[in-house]
Design a binder for this molecule. Structure first.
Ligand SMILES: Nc1nc2c(ncn2[C@@H]2O[C@H](COP(=O)(O)OP(=O)(O)OP(=O)(O)O)[C@@H](O)[C@H]2O)c(=O)[nH]1
Ligand SMILES: [Mg+2]
Ligand SMILES: [Zn+2]
Length: 314
């Protein structure tokens, strides 16, 4: 039989067949992506071939069909193993907030480097705007400007108050969408707000710093009544990049990619080289300093410290 993985807890995999039946399966044998060590060989969204044993009510996954795409990260920068967040997706939404738990632009940009690397269209969803004061609203406006300039769609919503949920809904129709972000930003709450029938568990944030509690513990794909599927995932703390080459990282910033062919040197790293078109565009305010700073920090945290001392970026 064939089906799609809608949930994977490690040892158990929930597969939905084409006729919509649900099968609990185990994984048989070893599965690997060539050259990459992963903690989970099968991810939500994978198409699989499986046998089903009626009397035991257990299935056995025999084969993972070729992936159209996938998105993968490391738990931290130093981790050796990677985790496939989901496979075969049409688009990825990073859910962030400037209220709590606050999402840094460093986290956003690492996420976007990865979606660019896999050619997955990405959007940024700013949630919890009901908690914004004037100061946060101002930062919100600046960030929207930065990301729109870089070529990303931004949605500004409140799961609690319902702001702009129609816009969110219409961007999900007939697509398979992955939601990712820190624990507590409201991924599950947003899904409940647009489709109450799904009724996911959500939890109040805890403690002085109001951090999330990892309420969602496994990625799970849900069907949307208006067409399409949405993948809820557990919150992540860091978005560790898998090993991209230096050149590749610059290419994953669309606004840098646009100008890098104008750099004097074809192997320009856009750090210190004379005649660098990227640095020129930063000086002219066309490329955001925040994005450039995160580019440097992805290459190496020391580059940014050095650049801060540089006359050009004062
Ligand atoms: N004020 C406000 N609170 C919100 C909003 N969206 C979500 N919350 C609250 O934030 C808390 C965390 O929401 P969840 O949906 O559980 O967060 P999550 O991103 O799914 O977290 P994990 O499953 O741990 O990754 C809950 O108490 C929600 O009610 C919002 O727009 N405004
Ligand atoms: Mg959740
Ligand atoms: Zn350059």
């Amino acid at each position: 039989m064939q089906g799609v993985v809608i949930k994977s807890t490690g040892s158990w995999i929930t597969v939905q067949s084409e006729d919509e039946n649900i099968y609990n399966c185990k994984l048989k044998g070893k599965f690997r992506i060539k050259g990459i060590k992963t903690t989970n060989p099968v991810a939500v969204g994978d198409n699989v071939v499986f046998d089903y044993f009626e009397d035991e009510k257990i299935g056995s996954v025999k084969e993972i069909l070729p992936r159209y795409n996938y998105i993968i990260r490391k738990a931290t920068k130093l981790s050796k193993v990677s985790h496939i967040i989901a496979a075969n997706i049409d688009q990825a939404f990073i859910i962030v907030t400037l209220a709590y738990p606050r999402t840094s632009t460093g986290f956003i940009d690492r996420f976007l480097v990865t979606t660019e690397a896999y050619h997955i269209p990405a959007s940024i969803v700013f949630n919890k705007i009901d908690l914004y004061d004037d100061k946060l609203q101002k930062i919100q406006d600046e960030l929207e400007e930065i990301y729109k300039n870089a070529g990303y769609k931004c949605l500004v919503v409140s799961a609690l108050r319902g702001d702009n949920l129609d816009e969110l809904k219409s961007s999900l129709i007939n697509k398979r969408t992955l939601l990712s972000g820190h624990s507590g930003v409201g991924k599950s709450a947003l899904i409940n707000a647009i489709e109450p029938r799904i009724n996911l568990k959500t939890k109040e944030l805890s403690g002085y710093h109001k951090v999330g509690l990892h309420t969602t513990t496994f990625a799970e794909m849900h069907r949307l009544s208006f067409g399409g599927y949405i993948i809820d995932t557990p919150g992540i703390k860091e978005f560790g990049l898998i090993d991209f080459s230096r050149k590749e990282i610059a290419e994953r910033f669309p606004e840098m990619r646009k100008y890098m062919h104008e750099c004097r040197f074809s192997n320009c790293t856009h750090i210190h080289e004379p005649g660098c078109a990227v640095i020129k565009k930063i000086e002219q305010g066309e490329i955001s300093l925040s994005r450039y700073k995160n580019y440097l920090s992805i290459l190496n945290d020391d580059y940014w410290k050095q650049a801060e001392n540089d006359y050009r970026l004062k």
